[in-house]
Ligand binder design. Sequence first.
Ligand code: PMV
Length: 321
Amino acid sequence: MKETTAIAHPNFALVKYWGKKDSNQNRPAMSSISITVDSMQSKTKIFKNKLSNCHQFFINGKEETDLSRIYPSLFYLSEISKSDDYLVIQSENNFPTSSGLASSASGIASFVTAYDAHYDLNLEMSNKIEACILGSGSAPRSLIGGFVLMDHKNNYSCTQVLSKADWPVDVLICLASKETKKISSRQGMEISKRTSPLYQDWLCRNDKDISLALEAIKEKDMSRLENVTEENCNFMHEVMKTSKPPIIYMNEVTHSCVAEIENLRASGHKLFYTVDAGPQIKIICDPKSTNTIKDTIAQKTDVIDIIHTGLGGSPRIIDEN
Ligand code: PMV
């Protein structure tokens, strides 16, 4: 029986999207810039379901009863493949799921990559982007390695700004909690769009933040990238906090990491942080400082774990036999 397996890596936004174009679409209302990382990964295997007339979806070995997240991408792809196969989709993450570590982005990107290869579709990039967006607005960025721009004014085109080889920064993911998030990003974005008095300002600053970040990345300027990334992240968390009800993803451990990052910076290390829809804090740093940063954060805060990774590449098919 034919089985196809693909691996994709999560990505973390430096200039973030938080808000959709309109509520029944899954399209981001703004552009974003992210980094795709390497050692963290989603591995998704697909094959025809010979045992039952339904699609079955497993995450880390557990069957999901709610397929609403994967269906839009699956239906979009089956329109192209003209296949009426029922599939078994088995996805595994080698990192915590649904806790602000972008498992939905890498999960969907690995599924789309596996589907494309399984049915020999040779999809255009624009079709892969569309299939990904239907599952997760940030997933298209996982189709490309390194620093990636997703441009909402150009049909969500995704382009690499710099590769890992161009600027091999290190990434430290500090786990502040292993709990799954209580408010999904999809719900949170909807609440913020409806209720936050800062939402319009958030939309308006996107163009400026994108161009500042693009310049800083192209010039490999860590301190300019730090300014725009941290300001963008903190503004997004203000939008979340000023929503009704307030949405708070950071916890005490996140805040203690921020304090240590500021101390490390004051003593000359090159690093900056970003935080998504969860308490985990991601540190981007000069590899010369990685060990000192890792030891300091481990000793001075209550982080559960620190995952050390670098920039990664695009998804790939693997042969498991
Ligand atoms: O599209 P989602 O559900 O993966 O939302 C991503 C939201 C953030 O991670 C907070 C920001 C971003 O651009 O990745």
